[in-house]
Design a binder for this molecule. Structure first.
Ligand code: PYC
Length: 403
């Protein structure tokens, strides 16, 4: 605060008020988007967004910014299709350049089984109005000339699911865009404000205890990817989630050489080139559950071994930065969203390795859920109680990240 020019436009309130209509736990992309859409679509502005750290400093700052809708289930495709549509107009909506660029997204297949899954996804996608098709090595080479599709590697490329709308966006611009537009409408964002307890009385959430005092809340939303189980347990909820580190890294910047987004689930790699020229890369989740954002040499070595098979030119590049995020993995690789057994307590969780791309649609639909008290149709498949009824939305085959 202070010398940041944009502060002049913000409705900044340093002290917490004793009560808000809505308290949102988590000032990452999702929490901020919920606040923004509550303000713009439902006229609710008496909102505090709380974060134990800084604005968008959790998984929003740690993801590899891929946006796509080429999922496997009709429920998943419908959900992410809405997000892609919202992303396309987000720069205008938030009056900030979120640097959304459609690059084309390849999911490489190196086995017959992977090709079958690609065909299955292409069929479901096409049926749902999402552009995806299976293409062979010659077409892959034509579209992405830097990719090695030769036979003399340990796992040759047999084909790919090609998804032209696949895109990347600037993660911090997305979060800051939602924050500034929400704050312009009166929403308060309180960082360095940790929630230590969720107050529940007779099955109803009524407030939170923070390191800065107690706040009463009409409704509470938790949007804390990476800490979902910890926060939910404060409200007495046990989530079917395992939390596992997901590591990533970027190379030194180079001139534009890779326009597309390339993913190989079998080789456990994904890569795109950012607007700054850095190669943004990631691999599989770590082998065991852990709450830690440390980086390991193992990750870098195995990632590079596979990456060089696909992109031999990378042998000349240096790694510039390496980091990790915390992935809240659900059994079916789909999120958990909406109502909970606790009245007035809403959940936006289970974002595993797929959360950034859902930022706008989660904001819109969670805001609708909070404002109406009803589970929106688009979120019905992702309700927490699906784990009781075993009505799962299996998206492991479309996860991109190896597990
Ligand atoms: O879901 O597209 C994805 C993804 C790529 C890297 C991590 N998640």
């Amino acid at each position: 605060k202070g010398d940041h020019a944009a502060d002049a436009h913000f409705h900044w309130t340093p002290d917490l008020k004793p009560a808000y209509d809505v308290v949102i736990i988590g000032a990452g992309g999702h929490g901020l988007a919920v606040a923004y859409y509550l303000a713009t679509r439902h006229g609710i502005t008496n909102i505090a967004v709380l974060d134990k750290g800084w604005l968008a400093g959790g998984n929003t700052a740690r993801n590899t910014t891929i946006v796509r809708a080429n999922y496997l289930t009709p429920e998943g495709v419908a959900f992410y299709k809405e997000s892609v549509n919202l992303f396309r107009s987000l720069s205008n909506e938030l009056d900030i350049n979120v640097m959304y660029t459609e690059r084309g997204h390849f999911t490489l297949a190196h086995t017959d089984a992977a090709l079958n899954t690609a065909r299955w996804r292409a069929e479901v996608n096409t049926h749902m109005g999402v552009a995806s098709e299976v293409i062979g090595p010659d077409e892959i080479k034509r579209l992405c000339p830097t990719l090695n599709v030769s036979d003399d590697v340990h796992m040759p490329v047999l084909g790919a699911l090609y998804h032209p709308p696949g895109a990347i966006a600037r993660h911090d611009a997305v979060a800051w865009g939602y924050a500034k537009e929400a704050m312009r409408r009166g929403v308060e964002v309180h960082t360095q404000t940790a929630v230590n307890k969720i107050l529940v009385e007779n099955g109803r959430a009524i407030g939170v205890e923070t390191n800065r005092g107690t706040i009463h809340a009409g409704r509470i939303v938790q949007a804390v990817a990476g800490s979902s189980s910890v926060v939910a347990s404060m409200a007495g909820l046990k989530l079917p989630i395992r939390t596992i580190p997901l590591q990533a890294c970027v190379s030194e910047p180079v001139k534009p050489i890779l326009d597309q987004i390339v993913v190989s689930g079998s080789l456990h790699v994904y890569i795109s080139q950012s607007a700054r020229g850095e190669m943004v890369m990631g691999g599989a989740t770590d082998a065991y559950g852990l709450y830690s954002t440390r980086s390991t040499l193992d990750f870098k070595e195995s990632l590079m071994a596979h990456m060089l098979e696909l992109f031999p030119f990378m042998g000349e590049l240096k790694v510039l930065r390496q980091w990790a995020g915390m992935a809240d993995m659900t059994p079916d690789f789909s999120p958990v969203m909406g109502l909970t057994p606790i009245e007035n307590y809403f959940i936006d969780a289970g974002w595993g390795t797929w959360g950034f791309k859902a930022t706008p649609v989660s904001g819109v639909r969670m805001a609708e859920c909070v404002a109406t008290g009803r589970q929106p149709d688009l979120l019905k498949p992702f309700a927490l109680d699906r784990f009781r009824s075993f009505d799962l939305v299996g998206e492991k085959g479309a996860a991109s990240v190896g597990h």
